[in-house]
Design a protein around this ligand. Structure first.
Ligand SMILES: [Fe+2]
Length: 295
């Protein structure tokens, strides 16, 4: 099990100009994209069966849901940035693995459901993170919805529920005998601009929005570099509230719980602002022989 923190601003897909996206760009956000490209090349050298992604942009209010049909094909339009992201997707799902996760999580007391609606539209978080990590789209996915515990209760409850889900998913993966790449799809600090520049990829406009948010992000990066993931998850409720971070959905907590709170250094692939939000690409590689100091 290898884990990736994979932020999903649609801007990075827009900047790559893949054939699936209708919009055209002149580039932009290279620090993030080159970091993604490097991690994608590394994943190509690793043998695995499926990508398992937890996304904040498939929000469910009763339980945790799992994609449950072998194929989903349609167009995903970003609700906030339709000018830059209109992506024609054709994805495959590892339904057996999704059902196993649904079953094991259900047995541990978590409310779960399989999504069997063929017209269900895949969220842009899943598409952006998966496209950047595997532009060939040659691995099946399992997408997990984010139950909005932070909205109902508090970031503390989110942390506990996401941990329980992570532990259940890890048991399901172990029982399946499959090798997987886990993906936590979100940025870190999430305070963003309220107006868009006339040309979205105009990098003269891109900058960190708020120094306090940046300092929080760097605190997390330092802890990740030093292999202190238990501590990162312990301070997650405070970080989430202070930086209005997308960690509110529980993705990083879910992934770290599934991986047993790594005490080895994360591989850091890049950090850059997108419309002022803090975006970090990182990976947790349990195999010491292939673990690198990237940046
Ligand atoms: Fe997002």
């Amino acid at each position: 099990m290898l884990g990736c923190l994979a932020p999903h601003p649609p801007h990075v897909v827009y900047a790559e100009n893949p054939e699936q996206n209708e919009a055209f760009s002149e580039g932009g956000w290279e620090t993030l994209r080159w970091g993604y490209n490097r991690l994608a090349r590394k994943l190509k050298t690793i043998d695995y069966d499926a990508m398992v992604i937890f996304t904040p942009h498939w929000q469910t209010y009763i339980g945790t849901h799992f994609l449950g049909l072998p194929k989903f094909k349609s167009k995903s339009v970003d609700p906030v940035f339709p000018n830059i992201f209109r992506f024609n997707y054709d994805i495959s799902v590892d339904v057996d693995l999704a059902e196993k996760m649904c079953e094991v999580a259900g047995e541990s007391g978590i409310v779960t459901k399989m999504m069997r609606n063929p017209d269900f539209r895949i969220d842009y978080g899943t598409i952006t993170s998966c496209h950047m990590l595997n532009p060939d789209w040659d691995k099946p996915l399992v997408t997990i919805s984010s139950n909005r515990n932070a909205d109902y209760y508090s970031a503390e409850v989110m942390n506990e529920q996401a941990s329980a889900l992570g532990e259940a998913c890890a048991r399901a993966i172990e029982e399946s005998g499959k090798k997987v790449v886990l993906i936590s799809s979100h940025s870190l600090s999430h305070r963003h601009f309220v107006t868009e520049s006339p040309l979205p990829e105009d990098m003269s406009r891109e900058h960190i929005y708020n120094h306090s948010q940046y300092v929080w992000d760097m605190k997390l990066v330092d802890l990740m570099r030093s292999g202190k993931m238990r501590e990162v998850i312990d301070i997650m409720p405070e970080f989430t509230e202070q930086t209005i971070a997308e960690t509110e959905a529980g993705g990083l907590t879910w992934m770290m719980a599934a991986m047993g709170y790594p005490n080895y250094p994360a591989e850091i692939y890049g950090y850059q602002s997108v419309i002022g939000t803090g975006n970090l690409i990182a990976a947790w590689n349990p195999m010491e022989a292939t673990r690198e100091i990237v940046l």
